[in-house]
Design a protein around this ligand. Structure first.
Ligand code: SF4
Length: 441
């Protein structure tokens, strides 16, 4: 089990957050691509949410056609470079690779994908074909993966595209909410810059669309609007003491860590509440920032956690301890966090019940709440006739990604409640095609 020294410099931070899937060199890429069997019914393609022709791009890498490989990748997935490293490939393409049936390591598809696209981005080669400008305009709210993918696809179809982004950087959670050992800020921003320069869409930063007036202005000035607004801040659990100093949402913690890096001070004892992938990321990050004790607390069993097994294992290997079947009752302290009071939970007649006879305190200086993100319901209420479901997810026509207000299309976390970057990239691309169909009928 790793024990991390508190990073005090950029170099030490980089060491603690060593890339999980480092960039391959030419020899590694040649060797790895040579192992592929180029299966005729490639299960890896079916397992990829964007259906990249994986054997084709691997063959192209193997024959040193890197431009062709990148084109194959970007043709299906506009965030092909980022997805190569942030995708949970163990449960997607690599998890489906036929080698798994033979007890042989699957082809490292993600790293090969990253190898090819990274080379093309670095060479700044133009590989995209844009249709004639058609005089129509598309507004995109949110420069996250869904919005970026929608912008790229819409540009190739001849639309003028403006993205309105509330923050001062693009790429939503890819920059702000993904653990730095998966992808660096520089790598995310490099891909976005490349796409922006070669496809020609505009991003208007610090431009939150939060009022009816602003929406009406967009409706007047654009032919169609894409909602790629993702999710909001960490949802409140309404626990006593939750507003104390030393309590932070997981997404906010990860964002701060990515911005401040080694300058962020993480105290010695940390409790992370939650059982999803974001909880695993936050716990692993706290440990890598040198916390001497990081405890992951989840209300049910290990098997019931939403997090992927490999994400949990990664947190454990970073030195994180786990507590299962516990539910937080309150955050204790005097203005500043001193611990979390938990009760044990148990299954009684098919229901998970809190056992108030088994209550205890875990002392800590920081509580990270990884208990899900709030939905953007306030914005949705401002849009006429926009239908959302009981969980405040926007309802779309699954074939076209059009919402109940025909001018609006939507994709990403706003429609699925929180999934992977690759799912958002697929939605954004398909929504642009849905808009194209609607605007040309
Ligand atoms: Fe290659 Fe594995 Fe895909 Fe077959 S399943 S084409 S071996 S990556």
């Amino acid at each position: 089990m790793a024990e991390y020294k508190r990073p005090t410099s950029k170099a030490e931070f980089k060491k603690n957050f060593k890339q999980k899937k480092p960039l391959m060199n030419d020899t590694e890429a040649y060797f790895e691509s040579s192992r592929c069997l180029f299966c005729y019914d490639a299960p890896c393609i079916k397992a990829c949410p964007t259906h990249i022709d994986i054997p084709l791009f691997i063959k192209q890498i193997n024959t040193d056609n890197i431009t062709g490989a990148s084109k194959t990748i970007f043709d299906s997935n506009w965030l092909g470079n980022a997805c190569g490293v942030v995708c949970p490939t163990d449960v997607l393409c690599e998890g489906a690779c036929v080698f798994n049936h033979q007890d042989v390591s699957p082809i490292q598809i993600g790293r090969l994908q990253n190898y090819a696209t990274n080379k093309t981005i670095d060479s700044n080669k133009t590989i995209f074909n844009l249709e004639e400008v058609n005089g129509k305009k598309i507004a995109i709210i949110g420069a996250g993966p869904a919005g970026m993918a929608c912008a790229c696809e819409a540009r190739t179809l001849g639309y003028q595209v403006d993205i309105y982004e509330a923050k001062d950087k693009p790429s939503g959670l890819t920059v702000h909410g993904i653990a730095p050992y998966k992808i660096t800020n520089e790598e995310v921003l490099k891909e976005i810059e490349y796409l922006k320069n070669h496809l020609g869409f505009q991003i208007k930063y610090n431009s939150a669309i939060l009022s009816k007036e602003k929406l009406q202005k967009l409706e007047k000035n654009y032919d169609a609007i894409f909602l790629g607004v993702g999710l909001g801040n960490t949802a409140n659990l309404k626990l006593a003491g939750e507003d104390m100093e030393g309590v932070i949402g997981a997404v906010e913690f990860i964002e701060e860590l990515r911005l401040k890096q080694h300058l962020l001070k993480v105290p010695n004892k940390v409790v992370v509440i939650g059982g999803g992938n974001t909880a695993m990321d936050a716990a692993s990050e706290a440990a890598r920032m040198g916390a001497s004790k990081t405890v992951l607390a989840y209300r049910n069993s290990k098997e019931k956690m939403k997090a992927y097994g490999f994400e949990y294992n990664l947190a454990i290997s970073a030195g994180v301890d786990s507590l299962f079947h516990v539910t937080p009752l309150e955050i204790i302290g005097k203005g500043k966090v001193e611990g979390v009071k938990f009760a044990k939970t148990e299954w009684v007649e098919g229901k998970l019940k809190t056992n108030m006879n088994n209550v205890f305190i875990v002392k800590c200086d920081l509580v990270i709440m990884a208990t899900g993100q709030a939905k953007q319901g306030t914005l949705y209420n401002l849009i006429d006739n926009l239908e959302v479901d009981s969980q405040t997810k926007i309802i779309i026509n699954e074939a076209t990604f059009q919402t109940s207000n025909s001018k609006y299309f939507a994709g990403g976390d706003a429609i699925n409640g929180g999934a992977e970057v690759v799912n958002a990239a697929y939605d954004g691309k398909m929504a642009a095609q849905g808009m194209h169909q609607w605007l040309n009928q």
